[in-house]
Design a protein around this ligand. Sequence first.
Ligand code: C2E
Ligand code: MG
Ligand code: MG
Length: 833
Amino acid sequence: MNAFYVTLISFNAFCFLAILLSGIRKEQPHFIGLACINILLLSFNLLSLLLLNTTDLQRAILLSKYHLSCLIIGIPLYYYVFGKWSKFRFTRQATIASAIICLPLLAYNLLSSFSLRYGEAPVLVEYVTLFGNLANVLTGQSNAYSAILHVVSSVMGLFLIYCSIKLYRQQLTFVSLSLLLTMLLQVSFGYTGYILDSQQSTFVYFGGLPMTVMSIFTVLNIAYGYSRQSSKLIIEKKHRDELHELFEQLARLSNESGNEDFFIDSTRLLAGYCSADFALLGIIDKADATQITTKVAVKYQETISNFTYARSGTPCEDVLKTGACMYPENVDVLFPDDQMLSDENIKSYVGYPLTNENNQPIGLLVLLFKRTLPKSNNLGIVTDVFATRLSAELRKIQLEEELKATAYIDYLTKLPSRAKLLHVINNVYSKQRVNDTNSLLLLFDIDHFGEINSKFGYDVGDQVLKIIGKRLNSYTSHSVFIARNGGDEFAVLLSDIKESVDAVVKTHWTAIKAIVSSTYLIGSRKISVTCSMGAVLLPHKLDEHFDIIGSAELALTVSKKDGRGHYRFFDPQLMSKLSQNRNIELALIEALNKNKELSVHYQPKVNIDGKLVGAEALVRWTSKELGFVSPADFIPIAEETGIIYQLGDWVLRRVLYDMLSWREKGLVLAPVSINVTASQFDDESFAEVLLDAINSFDIDASLIEIELTESGLLIEKERAIAQLSILRGHGFTVSLDDFGTGYSSLSYLSALPLDVLKIDKSFVDGLDDVKDRELVKTIIAISKSMELSVIAEGTETKHQVETLYNMGCELFQGYYFSKPLPAAELCSWLPKT
Ligand code: C2E
Ligand code: MG
Ligand code: MG
């Protein structure tokens, strides 16, 4: 028996500690209350042990008083602990009420000379217990107070049964059952106590046992809770790790965003994670917003063909109208019109909208399941993350498309831009290789467009381009692609040509000329324009180094040089010529800047006796890179690129310097002629620069002759006359070089104030030809009538000299007399003072 009680006491002590610690840890006051009950139980069982072993009546009465006190103190505690545990709304009130009732009972029990339980005349009775040993039990008549105590205990018992029901409803089944069991034990052991008290049976008193059992169950429950919590934590961690891995994979896919696979891979990744039977990435049709077309469709983790469906009557409609939706069960019943749901036996649905930058839905991400979804799941969060990422990617693509669209349209003419032209050329390339047809690129621009801009302003220039753009737009067809290449340049790409290429170019050139070359009325201004064109045939073999637009541009440049208003085909030789010219240009600039490689030679001009009458200054250039370069090659390039001004200035100063050094050597100076190009002559400051130079070298203007070609004089007649007059007024002589090769009319030339005519070498060469001879005769006659001196250049033979002399030409220049000579060698030709 003693061992039984010691065991109970040990359990009480253990439960006290376990429950107290758990209560403190979890900050649950009702657990701390339960721990206190265990202390009371411990005292109760200890007192029971002492009581059963006592033979002294007075001691037994005292022990019995304490014994009962433990019970009375326990009552409010029970109300508090189980009321709180079962979340009884009036726990506080019930605890206080029970305490108020119990306090007088406790006071009465402790203060009176007898134990409340056994009345005023208890007796100690000895009996043999269930365990076979002797024990003493106190018996007696209980009074009215003990009846109150029984009522209070019974009400408490009912309350605890109520609590067990509440706990059961809160799914705390284990606790609820243990409490119920405790109550059953309490009732049965109460009955044991009653038998014991009255009939001195062999039972030991088990009063402390039920609540000890309850405490043990509580401890077990706490331990079970901990183990459940830890396994819950393990599962939660596993989910967290999986989620982490999922988002990491999504982030990895995002790094490769920009390609279509991103959408497929992301949707499949999501479907795999959620074990969805279907995953759809749908986009609202731009043409018909009632339809959705899938961009990605995944079934059992594999992509299937995309399809279009009407959104009406489907859960997708809800998603697009109200936002994210989740139907964890019976979605097929809720949406009976959705064919796919019933066909595929779909039970649950998760849908998230995909939105544009204004947060408007543009599509949706959908997961479909053939199973019912658990109540708590993270599908919503996961799908939301994916939908957000996919929306961002769709926005990026849309933005890129918009940017591409703007880059592909020329803002001014609204024609396709150069970027689009390049794109179309690439497409045409690949097509013509398959179709075995020809394609042509025609590039044309407006002649003297710069002048329109500078004369009338850029606004007017823009207006002209706009009108041309509009007109060209109507010329576009499926095989005629027209774009603005930039500036005043337009491109016409002709593909699928099966006829003769020449005939096609001619036809289109005629049409383009008719479209562009007309008079434009802008405001009150009438502007007439013409155009020139370059054409190139697209090669059949794609050559990375072949620049199609560049070739057409080159052909256009050449066509302009040839005299505007017509077209020219690209010739590969033009290309090498172009790069050669560029090399000459760069080397010439360097030679001028470093003042090296250049020199001036002088070719004597003589009379019939071979006596020097003057000399022509001819520039010479022996380039380190290119070797000897003829002025006939580099002068036109210098003229074209504007280097001629620097070069002309250099030659002039070199000539004046040489003349100065000849004079210093005591030689009599002969007049020296300097060649001047059209643009040099056209320069308003030309005469001034010339004057400044001769003044600074102290050379007389009469010793300088200016050689101009006919083309140099083809500027406005009045301007040419004025410029010539100025030069002649200052004492310079002016000669007309290469006479007879140009197209200027004699009436025009006769109006110009000139001094000398130089018969071109080509006529001298053709003197044996009757026609040429007649022409030379006429030139000499005209010059005589105009009182001009005549000189024949390129005279190489005695025969030529004699023939010309007989015709009336008295001055000569040519290899027959001398080649152009370095300055030092000309000294021998100059007489001494
Ligand atoms: P140009 O002014 O008509 O010069 C005469 C050209 O005929 C020179 O060629 C000269 O060397 C060449 N020549 C003279 N006599 C004979 C001959 O009997 N037989 C042959 N076959 N040729 C003869 P060059 O020096 O090659 O000059 C070519 C052209 O380059 C010049 O034609 C001139 O227009 C231009 N040029 C030369 N130097 C200058 C210069 O300093 N400034 C400018 N602006 N042009 C220059
Ligand atoms: Mg000349
Ligand atoms: Mg000449």
